[in-house]
Design a protein around this ligand. Structure first.
Ligand SMILES: *Cc1c(COP(=O)(O)O)cnc(C)c1O
Length: 424
């Protein structure tokens, strides 16, 4: 496989763009080699600058649940472009998408649109702090909530250790307000409440963790978080930026039947354009300005193009059978991958929720970041490189979830499975 064009662009880009990329994982630092620079996409496929073809399982890290170049989404976008790309004034389209979101995601009584998942989580955290008059936030080791200062913190060694920043530039005094518990560990979480009984504004959690591969909640974990919040006057925030409209029409809250106070959304709701949203209980959302005094704003928030692509995407996802079909192809793929590894005598485990999944090279279930880190990373990288050679584009890190779209049909799944077989 030649990557001459990609190499040329990448090497020039490194002198003008930090690391040559506009988001770090794209640089392929954890897998090595030059990232294919993509030029176009159609359905489940993408092509790079050298003309190499790949089955795309990155799907822009989740948004493209309908695959590339969906005709109806393109039509909605074309017509939005004709009408005007941005007004900085309220539009009818914002009401339409708000209606769709509130209808499908029951705990969301009111919603505010922003421009990214990062903005959604940092706005929700501000609201939670304002509404409770408290400062601290609990997050879980290995969960990602965008790059806001309060969230760039993972665990200290013990559950009670105050958060230390993951990145220079995050003030320690702010990071200390972020408490970190082990995912799937209620005891660890409740010990944080014992240490700070009256100062925890919110727990923020990915209800299915998709930023350390794919780690589902163990039975009782999310309910336990709900109970802890209820008994301490703390708000529960589900970060469904990845799972929202991806694992079910109403996101994971619909599957687990636990009602958070606030939900963060993004990715799929933009249909491939930049968007984010947060919403939840009416009494909370009414505290956002100008209804209330918690300030949050955006020049391009509710952008007509993003709203048009998102609305059309949600409309298509609302048609009968869409999630069932995704479930069917994702299940066939996950089972097929495990079988293929088994045939080659290699340990492998695919953890999956609907059309998002992750392959761990281990034979035991994975419940938290420590167990993720204990899986065979070197073999994973070898597998990744081999899959790339065989025309399958996986996310370039063992910690990223893989996605399928409605365009990943039987033939595409077969093609992926054949590549797995040849890669082992
Ligand atoms: C992607 C992601 C974010 C950040 O969204 P951006 O649009 O990249 O800012 C936040 N939370 C979760 C769970 C995500 O997967």
């Amino acid at each position: 496989m030649r990557l001459d064009q990609s190499e040329a662009i990448f090497s020039r880009a490194q002198s003008l763009i930090p690391g040559g990329v506009n988001s770090p994982v794209r640089a392929y630092s954890s897998v090595g080699g030059t990232p294919p620079h993509l030029k176009n996409g159609q359905g489940p496929l993408v092509w790079d600058e050298d003309g190499n073809e790949y089955v795309d399982m990155v799907l822009s890290y989740g948004p493209l649940i309908l695959g590339h170049g969906n005709e109806e989404v393109k039509e909605a976008l074309h017509s939005a472009v004709e009408s005007g790309t941005t007004f900085g004034a309220p539009t009818r389209g914002e009401l339409t998408i708000a209606e769709l979101i509130c209808e499908r995601v029951a705990p969301v009584e009111m919603v505010r649109l922003v421009n990214s998942g990062t903005e959604a989580t940092l706005s929700a955290a501000r609201l939670a702090r304002a509404a409770t008059g408290r400062n601290r936030i609990i997050k879980f080791n290995g969960c990602y909530h965008g790059h806001g200062d309060s969230f760039l913190v993972r665990a200290g060694s013990g559950g009670l250790t105050l958060g230390a920043p993951d990145s220079p530039g995050v003030p320690k005094s702010l990071a200390e307000l972020t408490l970190v518990a082990e995912y799937n560990d209620l005891e660890d979480t409740s010990s944080l409440f014992k240490a700070h009984p009256d100062d925890i504004a919110a727990i923020i959690v990915e209800p299915v963790a998709g930023n350390m591969g794919l780690v589902p909640p163990v039975p009782g974990f999310l309910q336990g978080l709900r109970d802890l919040c209820d008994s301490h006057g703390t708000l529960l925030i589900f970060d469904e930026v990845m799972t929202g409209f991806r694992v079910a029409a109403g996101g994971y809250q619909e599957i687990c039947k636990i009602t958070p106070d606030l939900i963060c959304m993004g990715k799929v709701i933009g249909g491939g354009l930049p968007i984010g949203a947060y919403g939840g209980r009416r009494d909370l959302m009414n505290q956002i300005s100008p209804a209330g005094d918690v300030y949050q704003a955006g020049t391009l928030s509710g952008n007509p193009l993003a709203v048009a692509a998102g609305t059309k995407t949600l409309e298509i996802l609302g048609r009968p059978g869409v999630y069932e079909a995704l479930e069917e192809s994702a299940q066939r793929l996950a089972v097929g991958i495990e079988k293929t590894f088994a045939r080659h005598g290699r340990p492998a485990r695919v953890q999956r929720q609907g059309s998002m999944m992750c392959l761990y090279l281990t034979d035991a279930p994975v419940h938290n970041l420590d167990e993720v880190s204990a899986t065979d990373r070197d073999s994973w990288i070898g597998f990744f490189r081999s899959m790339l050679e065989h025309g399958i584009l996986l996310p370039p890190s063992p910690y990223e979830a893989w996605f399928l779209s409605t365009e990943h049909d039987d033939a595409t799944v077969t093609r992926i499975l054949e590549a797995v077989d040849r890669s082992l």
